[in-house]
Design a protein around this ligand. Structure first.
Ligand code: ACO
Length: 399
């Protein structure tokens, strides 16, 4: 490994790498990606096996603790998470300060950030126990806050968590049921959302995770750092893509209009991009997209929607783009969010909530990276250099 720091000290040289396309900002043992081969592994386990055989909470345990849990460990972890799903009653009042039509990600930034005002006596970043406590609180409470964002925007009463339900069932009930309903979890739909969370759980040094690390490198508390990640995720080039994909498919509306949108995406004078296509690292295929397409198929079959217009449109758009010279030359393939929006839509979740659900899955990744960074004895405050392009020294003329 090149010792960049001593190179800099000896020569004064530094690298100029906008967007960090080839600069590693840290060491990490959490997630491995081989973008050329389309490989993604959490702690050494292929994403395909995790998505097939594990629950989201098992994956959370793995990301946080380096190993998959045994039966006793997962029971204890599930219990701990379940015991922390409720938010402080004062948090309810926060919501009333927001406009009902506010974007859920705007509310998430405010409310998750505010959690640090409730746990200031248990967030000593140098205490392993406090760090674990914060991780559990975040993983447990973010779904409750996401569901509250939705209920608030529709003017419906907040649903309190129900401890006898599992993590995903509990979220779906808080999100989709009302106090008047008996909520009956459908195992196929629960499994589909569980899988969405697994596929979004971590993705090494993506923009939001790097943001969390940079914020955390100054010693800021974990709730504040995760909030920084949520803010970064919101952008359409990152987590906002799942919402943008659905909006794009609604806009295209008909298979006959696909060519028009492909041409728009290729036109350098048009800022339009095919949403859900392309990735900084994957230049062959995104392994998560394949799993997501399968899940999409399962959900639509379960709901009797196999003739779903949106799904057919998405399949056809994918087929045409993958045969197009522009997309072939630039190695642009569907990413994880190309199909996740269709699944969420079929589950009855409004598109405005999609990025918040991505944040729900990614919280464990953010907090695992934050914890790994704080525990690293070589950790330094993040402080990128810059290439100054401004004025050389000049003096204010004597007036
Ligand atoms: N549609 C059309 N052209 C595209 C697309 C697209 N979706 N994505 C990239 N390109 C083109 C660019 O115009 C550029 O062309 P050029 O070389 O002629 O200038 C080339 O492909 C490379 O694109 P960059 O933006 O330089 O690639 P980068 O690695 O920086 O960006 C990104 C990756 C942001 C994901 C990009 O592909 C994109 O904007 N995709 C659409 C948004 C999206 O789906 N984001 C979700 C990402 S996955 C996630 O966050 C979970």
């Amino acid at each position: 490994v090149l010792d960049v720091q001593s190179l800099y000290k000896q020569t004064g040289m530094f690298t100029f790498d906008p967007g960090f396309t080839s600069t590693a900002s840290c060491r990490s043992a959490i997630t491995y990606i081989d973008g050329e081969a389309g490989i993604l592994m959490y702690r050494g386990y292929p994403i395909e096996q995790l998505a097939e055989q594990c629950t989201f909470l098992e994956v959370c345990y793995l990301l946080l603790n380096s190993e998959l849990p045994n039966e006793t460990e997962i029971k204890a972890f599930e219990h701990e998470i379940t015991m922390h799903t409720m938010v402080h009653d004062q948090v309810n009042l926060f919501f009333r300060g927001f406009r009902r039509d506010a974007h859920p990600m705007a509310i998430m930034v405010g409310v998750v950030g505010a959690l640090s005002a409730f746990y200031h006596d248990a967030m000593d970043i140098h205490s392993k126990a406090d760090r674990q406590g914060c991780a559990v609180r975040l993983i447990a409470k973010v779904p409750t806050i996401v569901a509250m964002c939705h209920k608030y925007s529709t003017g419906m009463p907040f649903m309190y968590p129900k401890n006898k339900l599992n993590y995903v069932e509990n979220f779906m009930r808080m999100m989709l049921a009302t106090p008047c309903d008996e909520y009956e979890p459908n195992p196929v739909l629960v499994r589909a959302l569980d899988r969405i969370l697994i596929l979004h759980a971590d993705h090494e040094q993506n923009a939001s995770t790097s943001t969390v690390r940079l914020a955390g490198s100054s010693g800021a508390n974990p709730f504040a750092c995760i909030t920084a990640g949520i803010a970064c995720l919101w952008g359409a080039a990152h987590g906002g893509a799942n919402e943008a994909v659905l909006n794009m498919l609604l806009e295209i509306d008909n298979v006959s209009r696909i060519g028009q949108y492909i041409d728009k995406a290729k036109d350098k004078n048009d800022p339009f991009r095919l949403m859900g296509f392309g990735h900084r690292v994957y230049k062959n295929h995104d392994p998560r997209a394949k799993l997501m397409r399968e899940t999409c198929h399962e959900v639509l079959t379960e709901l009797g929607l196999h003739d779903d217009k949106m799904f057919k449109l998405a399949l056809e758009l994918e087929r045409i783009a993958l045969e197009d010279d522009y997309f072939i030359a630039k190695k642009l393939y569907p990413n994880v969010d190309y199909y996740s929006g269709i699944v969420l839509h079929a589950l009855g979740i409004p598109s405005k909530m999609f990025t918040a659900i991505f944040a729900m899955g990614r919280t464990v990744g953010w907090v695992s990276h934050w914890d790994e960074m704080i525990a690293d004895p070589d950790q330094k405050i993040g402080r990128p250099r810059q290439l100054y392009t401004g004025q050389t020294r000049r003096d204010i003329p004597i007036r």
